[in-house]
Write a protein of this length. Structure first.
Lengths: 499, 166
């Protein structure tokens, strides 16, 4: 048995090759497990929360902070220097870098994640798709690139409509079209081929089944690296902007039980077939007709893992650490039960009114609501500068409830209460999304934000609101206030207070 | 004392009508009674306005304040006499680059009349395309942007003709 005895720690010291909220979240679990934590940081983030909360810190250097966090050699050297036995990569940065995982093992340390060859297999879109198809995981039917238009048309007709046709060498929407009937097919294929030739010097065209109003459904899996795997149910992440998730929930809304079982079972099949070790997420697109297709597998902890934790009642980071240390899966599939509903909102420094363009600024005031059913995952400090150095995601607000309606209500109330002032964020926008009737009805698809753009735009405040805001602002200005309170003139002029 | 605050591009005027027995303020000519004067500075605050309780959060910024009320945040900028004077020749009349980038499309020409929110130029910054809109209704006085050309942050890309009054 590889299982670590209950009274010993799986590791003595773990280095976290990440920053921000996810580093703080990993530190929390390490502390609960009695394992020492090591944070890494670039000089510009020397006073960041994750640095203050860790037991030990190592400064890493680089031309940019991101470059430092991607410097695997430096990070592994730091881990060895402080005597860490394992590295947790978090998400992003080096978390899905097979060479990093390999280098960590070669340095005699444990990589808290899948084996390097699994990361490599799933990291390549073509090999991952082929592996999924070989193991009975549905992939979107497609016609492989060809220049033979007659053969292309024959194969494409077999798949059915609507079809997405694009240049094999393409990108940027050039030579791309959606074909809805056999009559349009030949003309569209001819056009795509000529556009492909013109733009890319390669006339081959490719076609795949086009899923209209697709939903993004993903399944959390865990494997022990020995062929056993379980799922922890699905998450729905259909609400996206700029192809990035902004609201995630578990379980998915209005998903028939039989379909849920089928999707989850196929994810487990994929994990088991690859002898998957540790945490992974199998992503699918789901069409309105109930057909679902493999999108990709993420070989790491997801940003949105808290929604799963809140309905399952398990700490996924703890599971990752224990499995990395050689433990068996801590729970059998039959024992995994979902309780209630959880919704996560990604709070980003961006301007929803300006196409979600990233914003920078200084956090002047932060006041987050607290409740047993809420998690506010963040590494924010008052006075902190939010720069363009890192991703614009500032924090995650996660709400749990006995059902979807209550979880939604709680998330909206929490967003209303959350005061994060000094930088433009999407907080108010997220509340409008959650309050939209189509969200409440569970009518989700990846084009939700675009479809409902008009209703999701902030309306003009009414006169009463505007006057209240103006008065609230005026009363905070020192000189205006001094005038009201009748402070004698010399004092008033000394205190020409602007901050 | 007359206090002027800019909210979403519109300047509002606040004056003190009476201090006792209650504070009475005028906002653009509308009368409001303020009781239970809140604390100065950042944080969660409360006061009584026209007899009803109001709870909000406030943070003072370099040149104004940010107020969060009923789940919405509002950024207010103080307009002093000097700033107002310069605004007459700039301020709400100019379209500035929010970050360095390249001009992709110029949608308007000098002399075109535009409505607030209408796109004047499309730029590309950090691989993202972004539309820069007219800050108010008006007429285009100058287009400094040329398609394909680069610019720095805060560069003036277009200018609106000064409004007929104030």
């Amino acid at each position: 048995m590889m299982t670590a005895p209950d009274d010993t720690q799986p590791f003595r010291k773990v280095l976290i090759a990440n920053r921000g909220e996810i580093a703080c979240r990993i530190i929390r679990t390490l502390r609960e497990m009695g394992i020492a934590s090591v944070a890494i940081h670039h000089p510009v983030e020397a006073r960041a929360r994750h640095v203050r909360e860790a037991d030990e810190t190592v400064e890493i250097s680089g031309e940019t902070p991101v470059a430092a966090h991607l410097d695997s050699g430096q990070i592994i050297a730091a881990a060895r220097a402080v005597g860490a036995d394992a590295i947790h990569p978090g998400y992003g940065f080096l978390s899905e870098n097979a060479r990093f995982a390999c280098a960590v093992s070669e340095a005699g340390l444990t990589f808290i994640g899948p084996d390097a060859d699994t990361i490599a297999l799933m990291g390549d879109k073509i090999s991952a798709r082929q592996f999924a198809a070989d193991h009975g995981v549905p992939v979107a039917p497609s016609v492989m690139p060809t220049e033979d238009l007659a053969e292309f048309t024959r194969q494409a007709t077999e798949i059915g409509f609507p079809l997405l046709i694009k240049a094999a060498a393409g990108g940027g929407g050039k030579g791309m079209s959606i074909v809805r009937s056999a009559e349009e097919l030949e003309g569209a294929a001819r056009l795509a081929a000529s556009e492909a030739q013109r733009y890319f010097g390669d006339g081959r065209v490719y076609a795949e089944l086009f899923v209209e109003r697709p939903r993004h459904i993903e399944v959390q899996v865990f494997g022990d690296g020995k062929g056993s795997a379980i799922h922890l149910f699905e998450r729905e992440c259909s609400v996206q902007r700029r192809f990035q998730k902004i609201i995630e929930e578990a379980p998915a809304a209005n998903l028939p039980a039989a379909l849920r079982d089928e999707i989850c079972a196929s994810a487990v099949r994929l994990a088991a077939a690859s002898n998957y070790r540790n945490a992974g997420t199998v992503e699918y697109i789901l069409g309105a007709d109930g057909r679902f297709f493999f999108l990709e597998m993420n070989t790491r902890l997801q940003v949105e893992h808290p929604v799963t934790e809140m309905i399952i009642g398990l700490d996924l980071v703890r599971m990752q650490i224990e499995i990395a240390a050689g433990s068996d899966l801590p729970i059998t599939q039959d024992a995994v039960a979902a309780n209630g509903h959880a919704i996560e909102c990604r709070i980003c420094a961006e301007d929803p009114e300006r196409d979600f363009l990233p914003e920078t600024g200084t956090i002047l005031h932060l006041d987050a609501p607290q409740a047993a059913y809420l998690r506010f995952e963040n590494a924010l400090d008052r006075g902190q500068r939010v720069t363009a150095d890192f991703d614009p995601m500032l924090a995650k607000l996660v709400a749990h409830g006995p059902d979807r309606a209550v979880a939604t209500e709680r998330a909206i109330a929490a967003l209303h209460e959350l005061a994060l002032l000094g930088i433009k964020t999407n907080i108010d926008y997220l509340a409008r999304v959650l309050g939209h009737p189509a969200f409440a009805a569970g009518e989700l698809h990846t084009g939700f934000v675009v479809q409902h753009k008009a209703e999701l735009t902030a309306g003009e405040p009414d006169e009463a609101t505007r006057d209240t805001v103006l008065i609230a602002a005026a009363l905070g200005l020192r000189d205006f206030r001094d005038l009201i309170l009748g402070v004698p003139e010399p004092h008033a002029s000394i205190g020409h207070w602007r901050n | 004392m007359v206090l002027k605050l800019d909210l979403d591009g519109t300047v509002h005027t606040i004056t003190i009508l009476a201090r006792r027995p209650h504070l009475v303020l005028s906002v653009d000519g509308r009368r409001h009674v303020v009781e239970g004067l809140d604390e100065v500075g950042d944080g969660s605050r409360a006061l009584t306005l026209d007899g009803g309780p109001v709870a909000f959060a406030r943070a003072g910024s370099a040149d104004g304040a940010i107020i969060r009320l009923d789940g919405r945040s509002f950024a207010l900028r103080r307009v002093d006499a000097a700033a107002e004077a310069s605004a007459a020749g700039g301020g709400a009349n100019v379209v500035r680059a929010p970050m360095p980038g390249t001009v992709v499309v110029v949608h308007k020409r000098v002399g075109d009349s535009v409505q607030r929110g209408e796109t004047i130029v499309t730029i590309e910054s950090m691989k993202l395309q972004m539309k820069l809109d007219a800050p108010r209704d008006g007429e285009i006085a100058e287009i400094a942007a040329r398609e394909g050309e680069g610019f720095d942050k805060d560069a003036v890309l277009a200018r609106l003709a000064a409004p007929a009054e104030g």
